[in-house]
Design a protein around this ligand. Structure first.
Ligand code: ADP
Ligand code: MG
Length: 405
């Protein structure tokens, strides 16, 4: 278990947090809700584990809140054992600046820029998974240089130059968007899906060049782009009809220190009629039978074996043919979770892992590794869940542990 006097600092950023709250309301979106509940949970876990936890904003640390803000951030971090990032940051350059500042204070930061890049940038993980034959949608990556992006305000440039490049790369990768074989497009760092994946579906190269322009244009300067990922549009197994898009059979797995710790059904119940008769069928379709859970865990272990990130998530969806496919990876610190109960085991595991790293920071540059039974103390998790009065009902079919043998 964790050292009794672990002091950790959670770094969060004012700007993306404010934007999330504005866009979705404080509890409208899992990431936003999570920031709130972490504040509520950490002291309790901290109290039982005797962990000293402080929060500092990224803006303070990066001197955007004046000398006093910086001095305060510095003072807190210098007296801590480890720094963790909490919530979204949209640019790799911000992670790099944080790492540089924190290193000056001689304190390790769990979420190093490299650590994050492995899972935030599809051009990095797609190849790593592909080499191991881990199932993913067939993908063609179209990189965009800063010079390309500087010019991409011009629709003409985008259509002609980038469109031409897209066409060549797609032909090489043997992906030809047609009505019967449409493609899905997103940037290397994120999609624009939100609520409707069907809006990001193209049926021809002309359509693709025209529509993908919008998502590049929208993100420019605010978020990293890296390039455009064009993927085969998969027919996913639908388990519930919902207004904007069906709910698919899709799960998110949290991996800490190389260990798949927890899985959660990807979607919340906002659009589900929990009193209706279809709800029982839906629950049955989502619940993982023991054999499926084992195979999901094996898939996650395979991914963890090739992705050297210390804290990340794997999103897996099942196709209509019931085949699991890795859709996306992402940094754990900004991954939303639809069922609140999961936040307790994940946070406990994270704090225990942070203690393991703080005890020997050079572990951060080695392959992530820890004995699974050192990550979670189930009794402690149960106690926090009870203390906070969090519902256990989702455990019936929507989420659960993956770290047991
Ligand atoms: N190739 C694809 N075919 C069909 N649906 C997809 C495909 N890729 C992603 N999706 C759907 O769109 C959602 C968002 O895409 P994803 O690549 O995970 O981007 P992000 O998480 O950044 O929004 C996924 O959760 C999945 O439901
Ligand atoms: Mg995703």
């Amino acid at each position: 278990m964790a050292g009794r006097s672990l002091k950790c600092v959670f770094l969060w950023s004012e700007e993306p947090t404010r934007r999330l709250h504005e866009a979705h309301g404080i509890h409208g979106r899992p990431e936003a809700a999570q920031l709130e509940t972490r504040h509520e949970m950490i002291p309790r876990i901290g109290w039982t584990m005797d962990v000293g936890v402080r929060f500092v904003s990224v803006e303070q640390l990066l001197r955007q809140r004046g000398r006093e803000g910086y001095a305060l951030a510095r003072e807190i971090i210098e007296h801590s054992d480890i720094v963790l990032i909490d919530g979204p940051l949209y640019r790799m350059s911000v992670y790099q600046s944080i790492e540089k500042e924190v290193a000056k204070m001689g304190v390790p930061c769990l979420d190093t820029a490299a650590n994050v890049a492995h899972v935030a940038d599809m051009s990095s993980y797609h190849l790593a998974l592909h080499k191991q034959k881990i199932p993913q949608p067939r993908t063609v990556l179209v990189p965009l240089t800063p010079e390309d992006l500087a010019q991409s305000d011009s629709k003409e440039f985008y259509r002609n130059v980038i469109g031409g490049r897209m066409e060549l790369l797609l032909a090489k990768g043997r992906i030809h968007p047609t009505r019967t074989k449409p493609v899905f497009y997103r940037t290397f760092f994120s999609s624009a899906v939100g609520s409707n994946v069907w809006m990001y579906r193209a049926e021809s190269i002309v359509d693709l060049a025209k529509s993908s322009y919008e998502i590049i244009y929208d993100r420019k300067g605010r978020q990293d782009i890296g390039g455009l990922a064009v993927r085969e549009f998969l027919e996913l197994q639908s388990v519930y009809p919902a207004p904007m898009r069906d709910l698919y059979r899709e799960y998110r797995i949290f991996v800490i220190g190389g260990v798949p710790v927890w899985y959660t059904y990807y979607y919340g119940l906002n659009h589900v009629d929990t009193k209706g008769e279809k709800f029982e069928d839906f629950k049955k379709a989502v619940a993982l039978k023991a054999a499926t859970r084992r195979s999901l865990k094996n898939l996650a272990r395979k991914v963890a074996g090739v992705v050297p990130s210390h804290f990340f998530v794997i999103d897996v969806a099942y196709t209509k043919k019931k085949k699991p496919v890795v859709i996306d990876l992402g940094p754990g610190h900004c991954a939303g979770m639809a069922y609140k109960i999961g936040q307790v085991p994940v946070l406990c595991a994270l704090l225990n892992y942070a203690a393991h790293i703080a005890a020997s920071p050079k572990r951060l540059t080695a392959k992530p590794k820890i004995a699974p039974d050192r990550l979670i103390d189930r009794e402690q998790v149960d106690k926090v869940i009870d203390d906070l009065g969090i519902s256990r009902r989702p455990l019936e079919c929507f989420c659960g542990y993956l770290n047991e043998e």
